[in-house]
Design a protein around this ligand. Structure first.
Ligand code: GLV
Ligand code: GLV
Length: 325
């Protein structure tokens, strides 16, 4: 009998086809989001599931789904997984790294530029018919070229953003990370290591690309914002919970920093209403990896993890090592 899997959020037809070559596949219709209870119901009798980063996989779910052997996340971040519980239960966890790195770095740069150069704010002004005359300081923003870029979290995406800044825009790039890169990698992406404090105080533009862990919760709050220059911008393409949104709103309102660009939100898809009232913030709906080729590659990698693990016992991009259930 072929293994049975659930695709927990609608994916491209090509991905469903690939999975049907190996498995009995239950799909989820477009627009449908399962509640935790519905997800457990759908997972009865399933050997594997393709998740999207919004389905929470914890000890209670694993206990209620005794046949489940693998959860393949269609995302590089995996803060929706309780990895210890998955390992303890013998459930393989996989994510979708690498295939999204350059696309996500492009977006990080796009959001940085939109934020520093006030692109969305000025477009709203134009669309609202408010453009009556030219003036010297109309939507005057901050330069990007030749300034200092600070990157917090220096994984693959952080390094790809650093390369863009150093080699494309002549920026001085500083970074902070739990572990320092080796000198070869630092040279390749043109970045130098600084303390956390120096990163916030020296950077003209701060980009957050660190994984969300309990230790990273609100790691950018009032104290960090107070270190930043009043002309600086803050861009978050990591996870919403990393930034204390209320402290950020206060800093933006009082112009203690110039602007922020946010692709991720603590309660997404709900957005803190205070953020919607601040003009100097660019808001996008968690789309940093959203190009069709990259989303296809991420979905295919998640599918390939399911196929590889359930047919050979060896996942392509495993997050844990398990003694199979
Ligand atoms: C998106 O946020 C991802 O983690 O891939
Ligand atoms: C994190 O895994 C990254 O790719 O930056």
């Amino acid at each position: 009998q072929r293994p049975a899997i659930l695709i927990a959020r609608a994916v491209f037809p090509e991905v469903v086809e690939r999975l049907r070559e190996h498995f009995e596949v239950e799909t989820t219709p477009p627009g449908v989001v399962w509640s935790p209870v519905e997800l457990i119901e759908r997972l009865q009798g399933k050997d594997g599931v393709l998740t999207t980063g919004s389905e929470y996989i914890d000890a209670a779910l694993l206990a209620a789904c005794p046949r489940l052997k693998i959860v393949a996340n269609l995302a590089v971040g995996h803060n929706n997984f309780d990895l210890d519980a998955m390992t303890a239960a013998g459930v393989q966890a996989t994510n979708a790294p690498d295939v999204l790195t350059e696309t996500t770095a492009d977006f990080g740069f796009a959001l940085l530029m939109a934020t520093a150069r006030r692109i969305t704010e000025s477009e709203h002004f134009l669309r609202a018919g408010q453009w009556k005359q030219w003036s010297l300081d109309l939507f005057a923003g901050a330069d990007i070229h030749g300034t200092t870029l600070g990157i917090l979290g220096m994984g693959r995406i952080g390094q790809a953003i650093a390369r863009r800044g150093a080699h494309g825009f002549g920026m001085r790039v500083v970074y902070h990370n739990r572990s320092r890169l080796d000198t070869g990698k630092e040279a390749a992406c043109g970045a130098s290591y600084v303390s956390r404090e120096d990163l916030f105080s020296q950077a003209d533009h701060v980009v957050l690309v660190l994984p969300y862990t309990p230790a990273a919760h609100h790691t950018v709050g009032a104290a960090e914002l107070a270190l930043m220059k009043p002309t600086a911008t803050l861009v978050n393409i990591a996870r919403g919970g990393i930034v204390d949104e209320n402290a950020l709103v206060a800093a933006l309102r009082e112009k203690r920093i110039a602007a922020a660009g946010l692709d991720v939100f603590e309660g997404e898809p709900q957005v803190n209403p205070a953020l919607l009232t601040v003009p100097n913030v660019v808001l996008t709906p968690h789309i940093a990896s959203a190009t069709l080729p990259t989303r296809m590659a991420m979905a295919m990698l998640a599918a390939d993890n399911l196929i590889a693990y359930l047919t050979t016992g060896q996942a392509k991009t495993p997050l844990n090592r398990v003694a199979p259930r």
